[in-house]
Ligand binder design. Structure first.
Ligand code: FES
Length: 324
């Protein structure tokens, strides 16, 4: 987690473009100075007054602009993050944010960029679309939403130069989404890259179809939710740290991260749902049971890295090193 000393104070104000369950905020420095530059696809840690830290994508049109913009969807399963921002945040509220982090973004090797967004997953995709448009790169965007009422940034997209290359699909059934993705991938060039952000089902479907056509290296994903429900198919095991031979028991229903901390080991974390990579550790021995959405399939198969906030172990003992 970004320590509070490494954070920047910002003032929150309402920005347009939200929906019935999504609010869009502008973040500015209290003294009007510029916030650090970022690259499209970046996100920041937002430190909330209730002590929670949540990640939100920067979704402005200009990565050099002096302020940031984020969009927050109220989640029915909110653990307090979206609930505070959507329900309690007022204009003028002061928060702290971390520096922009770049785990997702445009791949410059691509000759054609296919952006795929589902619902609030449009936030990093929008900044990438603006950047590709400004660079004159070939791109298109498929934006899937539950209904017309759920189109975040609707007017902005439809009234901007992005409109001609953005295809908005309200209320498409899963079979129709598959058909659309299959069709556009069949027509794609070999050096196309696909970028997906949205609900797990859309990400899995799009990534599976895109990998089959374009290969693993050409598929990029960003997730902001847990991959597997907590407690899914769990059993107890032990972990050891490379530098500390004593075995630490990890019971069913408790994360490796929590067990390591209980044993006195300080491990940095941020999202604690397997999406940000902050807690990443190196695997020295044993077979991880990956439950995150951060590692790529290639990294999972290599079995060299592990996210202790959500992942577990297939082997009875997992030996880890804290340096990634
Ligand atoms: S804290 Fe974010 S992946 Fe573990």
């Amino acid at each position: 987690m970004s320590a509070l000393t490494d954070t920047i104070e910002v003032v929150l104000s309402e920005a347009g473009g939200g929906t019935h369950d999504t609010r869009v905020f502008r973040l500015t420095r209290p003294d009007g100075a510029s916030l650090p530059a970022w690259r499209p696809g970046a996100h920041v840690d937002v430190h909330l007054p209730n002590g929670l830290v949540r990640q939100y994508s920067l979704c402005g049109a200009d990565a050099q602009a002096p302020d940031y913009r984020i969009a927050v969807k109220r989640s029915p399963e909110s653990r307090g993050g979206s609930e505070w921002l959507c329900g309690h945040a007022r204009d003028g509220a002061r928060l702290r944010i971390g520096m922009p982090r770049h785990a997702f973004g445009v791949d410059e090797r691509a000759r054609h960029h296919i952006l795929v967004a589902g619902g609030i997953g449009v936030t990093p995709i929008l900044s990438m679309a603006y950047a590709l448009q400004a660079l004159g790169q070939p791109w298109q965007c498929e934006y899937f939403v539950r209904s017309e009422a759920d189109i975040v940034f609707r007017d902005e997209i439809l009234l901007s130069p992005l409109a001609g290359k953005t295809h908005i699909h309200p209320a498409l059934a899963p079979d129709a989404v598959r058909e659309r993705m299959t069709g556009l991938l069949a027509e794609s060039k070999a050096d196309s890259h696909v970028y997906v952000c949205g609900p797990t089902a859309l990400m899995q479907l799009s990534a599976e179809l895109a990998r089959g056509v374009l290969g693993e290296r050409n598929v990029h994903m960003e997730a902001f939710g847990p991959a597997a429900p907590c407690g899914a198919d769990e059993h107890a095991f032990s972990v050891k740290l490379e530098t500390w031979g004593k075995a630490i028991s990890v019971p069913e229903g408790k994360s490796v991260l929590a067990c390591l901390r209980d044993a006195g080991h300080e491990i940095g974390s941020s999202c604690e749902v397997g999406v940000c990579g902050t807690c990443m550790m190196r695997v020295i021995e044993g077979e991880p049971d990956h439950r995150d959405t951060y590692l790529t399939d290639e990294e999972r198969m290599a079995g060299t890295h592990f996210l202790p906030c959500v992942s577990r172990s297939k082997s009875p003992v997992l030996v880890l090193a804290s340096e990634p």
